[in-house]
Structures are given as C-alpha cells and as structure tokens.
Design a protein around this ligand. Structure first.
Ligand code: OGA
Ligand code: NI
Length: 269
C-alpha cells in the first residue's frame, strides 16, 4: 500500500468518475470495442454469465494501451485527457519504485529502467466494473492470477474486494484512502530470479455496491527479452529459474488461459 505518492487525490477521483461514466454508456456503444484480440489497443469485455469452473466472472473491463503510445476513446468527454495525465503520473511513480527495487537487489538505481527499456515500456490502462451480485459466494470478479509486467498500480472506489494470497491463505485488502495498491508482477519475479515474487491475487464481489477499480500494469518494452539478471544467477548456488522470453511473446501465452509464469519457470533442484 503506497501513500505519499504525490498523485493528486482530485486526479484519482476524476479518473474513477470517468470510468463510471464509461461503464454507464449504452451496451451497444461499449460493444464497439469488444474483441478477443489482446493486441487491439482498445478492448472492452463483459464477463457476466461466462462460466468458469464453478464460478462466474462478474466483471466488465476496459483495457487501453497507454504507453509507449497513448490510445484512447473519445467518450465520455474529457476521459482521454484525464486518463493520459493519470497514466503519466503512474508511470513516474512506478519508475521511482523501480529505482528503489533496483537498489534493493544490489544494483544502481537505473538498472531496471535500462535493462527493461522502460523509456518505451508497455503500460496498460485497465478499468474493472464489478456490479452487485445477488449470490456473491457463487461468483468471482476476477479469479486468482498474477499480473504480467513489473508493477501494477491499483486504485478503487472504496468498496473493497481485492484479496491477496499469502502462505496459501486469502487475505482481504482494505486500502487506505488515496493509496495505491502496488502488486509485484511476473517480470519482476523473472528479472530478480525469484527474489521478488509475483503476487497471486483475485477480486471478490458483493451484493450491495458497484465496485470500480483501475489497474495500471507497468512493464518492459514489448521487444525486451526478459531473463533473470545475470548478476543474480550463479550456476552453482542460484541457477536461472526462468526461461528468457520476449515480453510480447509472453503476452501471447495468455491466449490459452494457463498461468504464463508456470510456462517459463524452470524446475530447479
Ligand atoms: C486486475 C486485477 C483486481 C481488482 O485487473 O488485474 O487484479 O481489485 N484487479 O480489481
Ligand atoms: Ni491483477
């Protein structure tokens, strides 16, 4: 949970309000952006009624490519400008955090920025809508997963629903007002050769209030080959635990639904 991050409260509120307005648009207008193609820069999806094991996804989402090129929608009015400013501020915050993380791994502060080509890093704007659900115990907003990229910055409209897994148990996260929930993600685990773990998380739903969250995953540039940092690998004591892969190819692994990280993690003795 990150506080004192310098991103104005008014901006965080404005971007949540605009997401609410977007989700309130008539379904036909949103369905213009409906696609299964993860490489479309603007993508809307509705998960209500899609059966997944014994749960139903109970969420609509909007995903827009925000960096290195900023794409956006023209509706609702003003959304694009607010979202662009918000994404820029999130990029700055994650760069700052990654400086500290670089140092925590024993590197100079610009190590991750350089190694992951963050000047052209891939950033997504991902908004989620979780409507009230009459039988919340039978549904799941988003099932358990880890995020791709390095760090995800998440905010929400004060309703709660995010849970993180720790030692095999699920814990509810009650965010402090105006804080960012920062999730470590797959490429940080890979780059750090497992010193940082990609956090397993999910979102549960409730039968009272509509929840909106905005996740901003910040990752390497799409053409960066991500592998464990050579300095953190020792063939004797700490062998490389992940297969090197281009970020873009890693994203394509999402298509068949299995956890991507499991596909690049090596069994080490
Ligand atoms: C996500 C995500 C959790 C939430 O969008 O990847 O994990 O609380 N969202 O909405
Ligand atoms: Ni997530």
């Amino acid at each position: 949970m990150l506080v004192n991050h310098g991103v104005p409260e008014t901006l965080m509120k404005a971007v949540l309000d605009d997401c609410n307005e977007f989700f309130n648009l008539p379904m036909e207008e949103k369905m213009e952006f409906a696609t299964k193609d993860i490489w479309k820069p603007i993508r809307f999806g509705t998960g209500v009624d899609i059966k997944v094991e014994k749960f139903f996804f109970w969420r609509d989402f909007l995903k827009v490519f925000a960096h290195p090129e900023f794409h956006f929608l023209s509706k609702p009015q003003g959304f694009s400008e607010i979202a662009q400013e918000y994404c820029k501020r999130c990029h700055e915050v994650s760069m700052e955090l990654l400086k500290g993380i670089s140092e925590s791994l024993g590197f100079e502060e610009s190590y991750i920025e350089k190694a992951m080509n963050l000047k052209s890093g891939f950033q997504l704007f991902a908004a989620n809508l979780y409507p009230p659900c009459p039988q919340p115990e039978l549904a799941m907003g988003i099932p358990a997963h880890t995020d791709h990229g390095l760090l995800t910055l998440l905010i929400e409209n004060g309703i709660g629903g995010l849970q993180i897994q720790h030692n095999g148990k699920w814990f509810h996260v009650n965010p402090l007002p105006n804080s960012f929930l920062v999730n470590t993600a797959d490429h940080l685990e890979i780059l750090s050769n497992g010193r940082y773990k990609s956090i397993m998380h999910r979102a549960v739903v409730n039968n009272q209030s509509t929840r909106i969250s905005i996740a901003i995953p910040n990752g390497p540039s799409l053409d960066t080959m991500v592998s464990p940092a050579p300095e953190l690998v020792d063939n004797e004591s700490r062998p490389a635990a992940y297969i090197p892969m281009k970020y873009k190819d890693y994203m394509d692994l999402q298509l068949d639904g299995k956890p991507c990280l499991e596909r690049v993690r090596l069994p080490i003795a």
